[in-house]
Design a protein around this ligand. Sequence first.
Ligand SMILES: Nc1ncnc2c1ncn2[C@@H]1O[C@H](COP(=O)(O)OP(=O)(O)OP(=O)(O)O)[C@@H](O)[C@H]1O
Ligand SMILES: Nc1ncnc2c1ncn2[C@@H]1O[C@H](COP(=O)(O)OP(=O)(O)OP(=O)(O)O)[C@@H](O)[C@H]1O
Length: 504
Amino acid sequence: MNGEGNSQAVSVTNLRCKFPGEQDLVFQSLSLSVRKGEKVLLLGPSGSGKSTLLQILSGLIPRSVEIPMKCDEIQVPTQSGIVFQDPDTQFCMSYTDEEIAFVLENRNIPREQMPDLIQQVLEQVGLSFEHHRVLIQSMSQGMKQRLAIASILAMEPDVLFLDEPTALLDDEGTTQVWNTVKQIARNKTLIIVEHKISEVVDVVDRIIVLSPDGKIVADGPANQVFANERNMLREYGIWYPGVWEERGAGRMEEKTPISEKDLTYPPFVCVDAEKDDSKAPGSLQPALELKQFTGWRGKRAAVQIDQAEVFHGDWVGIVGANGAGKSSLLLSLMNILKTTGHYRVEGQHPGKTRELADRIAFVFQNPEFQFVTNSVFDEVEFSLLGGELTAEERRARTHDMLEQFGLGELSGRHPYQLSMGQKRRLSVASAMVRKQRILLLDEPTFGQDARNTFAMLAQLERLRREGTAIVMVTHDQEIVNRYCTKVWTVDEGRVAHAAVVSSP
Ligand SMILES: Nc1ncnc2c1ncn2[C@@H]1O[C@H](COP(=O)(O)OP(=O)(O)OP(=O)(O)O)[C@@H](O)[C@H]1O
Ligand SMILES: Nc1ncnc2c1ncn2[C@@H]1O[C@H](COP(=O)(O)OP(=O)(O)OP(=O)(O)O)[C@@H](O)[C@H]1O
């Protein structure tokens, strides 16, 4: 059935759905309808089925993605566009202009009108003229997410499904995207999944909340749901306005820089003053030390830093606009990109990436880049192979880590068969399990619900207090204000490092 001739844009009755090979149903008996022109935000904890529901309501499941589902009745839109959670899965073409032209061709737009229309939708998501024809592969993740939104805007669909469209965007990009969506979507139906709620609440007129087992547990106007359902949102670990203040996370006393006596590791002191005469013997050894350091992408300097040090017990927040060079900085610190200049890790030459991995744990921006095994359990245990632990100790530590990250029940699952939030947590768990003394994290909390975000931050804070050095890319200013002890701002590839952050 399609959406012509009635007031519903989408609807489904008594939906049951189960992934192949799984015991539990994602939805047991879910019914839902959305009127034409309504703007709906779907909230729920990680793994509750938000992305799956979006794909069912858009018709993608089972039309293009074969997942067994049954229902008494379903109405999906004839004309809709979906922005996927992972921008890398969105694109069919190699270049930005081709990607949007492909959409315009499907709308039978004459060729000569295309350049202007392409430029218009790029501008609507904050991409400039220089992005008109760029190799998509060479864009930063946030830029890709903007392009994914632009290509759906070019479709001008009646119904838009947006799955965490701003998870990877900087603040300016987030504001711009929601302003654009507000303008162009006046008469359109919007169904949105988003953990970053602060701005999207102004766009929607209805909120639907899913419980962890995929049942609708609240449905109503945004202000009413947030006012009346606070206890439930808190219980399920879902974001709601004011949750940071309520939890009081990362208070001033928690941010006090740790002193040498707090370090649980052997003291990192300079012992060889002859090799490094800039430091007195016995002074604290930086975890990372950089001077005139450059990370290269081909012949282009992607990131440059004049001078900086990170000590054990520091938590450095790396901030900056999409495409500024934040990921490039972390990739350079892991020697994945070619680098020049002075770089020492705990006073020693960094060596190759493989050697560096013994001392530095690294979490890529895209969790899937990291997965190397066929199960959630193996993925975490893999990080411990070749170390000093016995098989039993390895299994115990892996088990413990999975429990801490809310993945215990998923240990037999293939890493690719997880929700986005679960994948992200798996990538962080497998990086942290070896307990290296330096952690480089590229947006570890993006796409996480409140419960998992706070749990991850609490674990990181505990490690910092034990003397781990944390360097973390984030677009989340709350995290910077509440947890980071230092902030480095990346602006067009140049890193400015600033003082200790003041607490809220
Ligand atoms: N390919 C798959 N095979 C088996 N189970 C899957 C697969 N993909 C997802 N799941 C499971 O289905 C449930 C719903 O996943 P979904 O991606 O819809 O959750 P979500 O609410 O969007 O989560 P998140 O907020 O973490 O992105 C999760 O428990 C997930 O583990
Ligand atoms: N694989 C790649 N090949 C070539 N250039 C790239 C590649 N990835 C990123 N770049 C370029 O390097 C620059 C910095 O990108 P980087 O990913 O470091 O930015 P970022 O600050 O992490 O952005 P975001 O917040 O969007 O993740 C951008 O100009 C980008 O286009």
